[in-house]
Structure formats: structure tokens, C-alpha cells
Design a protein around this ligand. Structure first.
Ligand code: COA
Length: 184
């Protein structure tokens, strides 16, 4: 069981089967807002879709390939964050995230990312963690920039979103850089 407190009101919790209805309700309420930047909304149209997503995520977690977390704020699910594509041999992973529209602007994602970085580097012994965001997604790009990631470049036409490709900005953080930053 992974639970990590971010502040008095906010906690990261490993997704559980019983979270499917709340996850679906949150996604459904934020569908249009999320759809602008995330490519998977059309695969999340029923509670059963979310049940299947959580089941597959927990299986990938058990294999050490994924860390699928809900962001819980004042007892309610407010968003999600995860380490995806964990490669324990190559010692690298990628962070993905989203937060409900009404919870933007409070630093929840930046602080959740910081916690996931520390977990990835210290507990999973990763050496490199990336964050990728559409070039035009300035709010998302501000997260790795705020945390001191290095911009490595642009992946051209890297993601298919419904009816078009998006160029993606790729950022990285190395374990040594994060530890130096934590100590500063
Ligand atoms: C991208 C997304 C997660 C960014 O959310 P966000 O709320 O802007 O990010 P944070 O939670 O880190 O909040 C940062 C804001 O809180 C403020 N803040 C307040 N307290 C803070 C703290 N302790 N630490 C950091 N920032 C803090 C920051 O100044 C910033 O404010 P600003 O937007 O006015 O500059 C959100 O817009 C989203 O989910 N979008 C739709 C889906 C999406 O794009 N996902 C990412 C795909 S790559």
C-alpha cells in the first residue's frame, strides 16, 4: 500500500478497485477541460472503463512497471499522478498527471511531483525521470520548469490526440540533480 501525505489536506493514494466510481465521476465532470491536453478521454466513458483501467494499472504496479496514484484533497479525489513506463533495469521512468479544473493553481501537482520524484529516486533507485507535455500546454510545462527539470527538446508530432498530432516538450531530472536540489 502506497500512501503519501503532501500536506494536512492532501494525500497521494495508490488507486484501488473501490475508487473506480469516484475516478469516473471526476473524469466525467472535467471531460472537456481534460480533453484539450490528454488523449485518453474517449477510452473513459463508463465506470466499467475506469474499473478496467484501475485493474490493469494495479497489475502493472505489481510487475513494477507503474505507480498509479490518486491525488486526494480534503477526502475527495482531485486528480491523478503516476510514474509510468518504469524501467527498473534502465533505471528510468516518466511522470504523468492531471488535476480537476477547480483545484488548479494551488501547487498540488508541483508538490505531488516532488514527492513522486523523491520516491522514484530514493525507493525505486531510478536515475532519470522525465516529464513530457504538449508544447502549447504552458500550465503543464510550468510544473517541470518550477521543479528545475532540464528541457531536452521537442518530440515532433509525438502524440496522437483524437484527430491531430501534438509536438511534445521533453524534460528530464537526474537523481543527483534532485538530491542536490533537495539539499540546497
Ligand atoms: C497541467 C496541470 C496539472 C497544471 O495544474 P496547476 O494547478 O497549474 O499546477 P500546480 O498544482 O503545480 O499549481 C501551480 C500553481 O499553483 C501556485 N502555487 C501555490 N502554492 C504552490 C506551491 N506550494 N508550490 C507550487 N506552486 C504553488 C503556483 O504559483 C501556480 O500558480 P499559477 O498557475 O498562477 O502560476 C493542470 O492544468 C491540468 O490538469 N490540466 C489538464 C490536463 C493536463 O494538461 N495534464 C498534463 C498533461 S502533460
Amino acid at each position: 500500500m502506497f500512501n503519501h501525505r503532501i500536506d494536512e489536506d492532501t494525500e497521494l493514494r495508490l488507486h484501488q478497485d473501490r475508487h473506480a466510481e469516484e475516478l469516473f465521476a471526476l473524469v466525467d465532470r472535467n471531460r472537456d477541460y481534460l480533453r484539450e491536453w490528454l488523449p485518453w478521454l474517449d477510452a473513459a466513458i463508463t465506470v466499467e472503463n475506469e474499473q478496467a483501467f484501475i485493474k490493469a494499472s494495479l497489475e502493472a504496479f505489481a510487475r513494477g512497471e507503474l505507480l498509479p496514484l490518486g491525488i486526494w484533497h480534503q477526502g475527495k479525489m482531485a486528480g491523478a499522478i503516476g510514474l509510468v513506463s518504469i524501467d527498473l533495469v534502465g533505471r528510468k521512468g516518466e511522470i504523468g498527471y492531471w488535476i480537476s479544473e477547480d483545484q488548479q493553481g494551488h501547487g498540488l501537482i508541483t508538490r505531488a511531483c516532488a514527492a513522486v520524484l523523491t520516491y522514484g529516486f530514493d525507493e525505486l533507485n531510478l536515475n532519470r525521470i522525465i516529464i513530457r507535455a504538449a508544447v502549447e500546454n504552458t500550465r503543464s510545462r510550468a510544473v517541470p520548469e518550477r521543479l528545475g527539470f532540464t528541457l531536452e527538446g521537442t518530440e515532433r508530432q509525438s502524440e496522437w490526440h483524437y484527430d491531430h498530432f501534438k509536438d511534445v516538450a521533453a524534460y528530464s531530472m537526474l537523481a543527483d540533480e534532485w538530491r542536490n536540489r533537495e539539499q540546497a
